[in-house]
Ligand binder design. Structure first.
Ligand SMILES: [Ca+2]
Ligand SMILES: [Ca+2]
Length: 352
């Protein structure tokens, strides 16, 4: 082990200890406050008490999440590299024993997932009334979604056809866009959803939760399940996709802008390996050997469309669960970081 690795390891051990202490302190403080509020001597139901205690632990876990992300922002601005990577401390899942069981908490970069609401922006017509090439009918985000859909195994060794992927993308675009104009051949507006049994009212606005995908024309339960860990509905259509934290399936959406197919598994593996501890900025990603080779163009002049890609994130998911006695409670929290201030946007036990 090198000197540097040793220093790094002891620094991390130190942080873990601080966190453990912090969470115990927070949970104790919250639990005391709640026990006053709920007057336990009156509340006879043990279940209720377990629920309150579990909520207290999950709140404590959220506080730790906020602390970690704020600390990360401070560290980033200190070293002048504003990036978020999987090697940073916030990305390590935590587990603590508690008096009644255990508490687990992990932070996930929400911008490592594909933001469904990024599909809402319309493609610009090319200059000078030229007929657009097939790829120019889509925005960079829409092309990434078409590629992503084709990476999903519908049944063993069977992947979604590109035409079907485009149709489904059109249907999602119509669900989130404001107008009532049907997009392409796969799109669907109120006429379609109104005739369903039971009928649905089309949203015509950005998704609040990816659960809305269930209703989209062309969606199947299997496809939805496969997409679920890869997608999110963020309240910001401009939120960039973080190339440092995106999972392997999303790395396959990195390809030449003129190409609607995903990159091959081998090419994505090459990019994944070169990513290592992460890129400092999107230019470093674009000009990296792997991206240069996969995307083509050469000499740093690649065909990569970096629109909607980034190396730093503002939205994070906190996934917490805790066992109190026989009960296990789970919670997902959506956090937003602006500068070094983190706020809690929403909580759910379903999906964002
Ligand atoms: Ca960071
Ligand atoms: Ca439409």
């Amino acid at each position: 082990m090198t000197q540097l690795q040793q220093t790094e390891r002891s620094k991390q051990a130190g942080v873990a200890l601080i966190l453990a202490l912090l969470v115990v302190a927070l949970v104790a403080a919250i639990a005391v406050e709640l026990s006053w509020k709920f007057d336990l001597s009156v509340t006879r139901s043990a279940n209720r008490w377990y629920g309150v205690q579990a909520d207290a632990y999950l709140l404590g876990a959220e506080e730790v999440g906020v602390f970690l992300l704020e600390t990360d922002a401070d560290e980033d601005s200190k070293d002048g590299i504003l990036s978020d990577t999987l090697t940073e401390i916030w990305a390590t899942p935590q587990q603590f024993p508690t008096d009644e069981g255990w508490l687990r908490a992990s932070l996930e970069d929400a911008q490592g997932r594909f933001n469904i609401n990024a599909l809402v922006k319309k493609a610009q017509k090319p200059n000078g009334n030229k007929t657009p090439a097939p790829w120019q009918k889509w925005t960079a985000a829409q092309r990434r979604f078409i590629r992503l859909l084709q990476t999903i195994e519908i049944e063993p060794e069977v992947y979604m056809d590109q035409q079907v992927a485009m149709s489904l993308t059109e249907a999602v675009i119509d669900w989130v866009d404001k107008d009532s104009k049907v997009t392409g051949f796969g799109g669907a507006e109120s006429d379609y959803y109104g005739q369903l049994e039971p009928p649905f009212v089309i949203a015509n606005r950005p998704m609040i939760s990816v659960s809305e995908l269930n209703i989209i024309r062309g969606m199947t339960p299997q496809l939805y399940q496969a997409l679920l860990p890869l997608v999110i509905a963020l309240p910001d259509e401009e939120a960039t996709l973080n190339v440092n934290t995106m999972p392997f399936e999303l790395i396959r959406t990195i390809n030449s802008k003129t190409e609607l197919y995903p990159s091959t598994v081998d090419d994505a593996q090459y990019i994944f390996e070169e990513r290592g501890a992460g890129f400092d900025d999107i230019e470093a990603f674009k000009t990296s050997g792997a991206v240069d080779q996969v995307v083509g163009g050469g000499g740093g002049n690649t065909n990569l469309d970096t629109d909607g890609l980034g190396v730093a994130s503002k939205y994070f998911l906190m996934l917490g669960d805790t066992a109190v006695g026989e009960t296990i409670r789970q919670r997902k929290t959506l956090l937003h970081r602006e500068g070094s201030k983190v706020t809690i946007l929403r909580r759910t036990d379903a999906n964002f």
